[in-house]
Design a binder for this molecule. Structure first.
Ligand SMILES: [Zn+2]
Length: 142
């Protein structure tokens, strides 16, 4: 495993970091777990009424400019760019979640920040086009 769950600074809670460099397109880990039919704040949507729960997902934080994404067909976490040692592993929740169980305001600081993280069904068509994996996921999640 190239990842580890560590304690966060201040009150940010636990998070997932890379313990060694991860190459672009490299599979970071498999995501096995229990499938639920409703989302919770700890699940990841992998299909219509399919929400995966596992320990890694609990600590996988959101970023609007993430370094990883979830391949919802193979159920693996993949690096979308080179990840340096000790970097946080992040995904864009809008790429998987149709509607988040716990929406929040994002403060990731990215120039492309989506601000309101509620789920991709709330995004306007302009923003939807900016999401690279959306087209692939769209048919599965509607
Ligand atoms: Zn953001």
């Amino acid at each position: 495993m190239k990842i580890k769950i560590v304690n966060g600074v201040d009150n940010l809670g636990k998070r997932l970091i890379a313990i060694e460099k991860v190459a672009k397109n490299e599979v970071i880990c498999k995501l096995k777990g229990k499938l639920l039919d409703k989302p919770t704040w700890q699940t990841l949507q992998v299909g219509p009424n399919k929400h995966l729960k596992n320990r890694i997902i609990d600590y996988l934080n959101h970023s609007c400019n993430p370094n990883s994404f979830v391949d919802t067909e193979k159920l693996v976490l993949v690096a979308n760019r080179t990840i340096k040692q000790l970097d946080d592993i992040t995904i864009n929740y809008l790429l998987t979640e149709c509607e988040l169980a716990s929406p929040f305001k994002c403060m990731c600081g990215s120039r492309k920040c989506f601000k309101e993280i509620k789920g991709y069904k709330f995004l306007n068509s302009n923003k939807r086009l900016n999401i690279p994996y959306l087209l692939k996921l769209k048919s599965k999640l509607q």
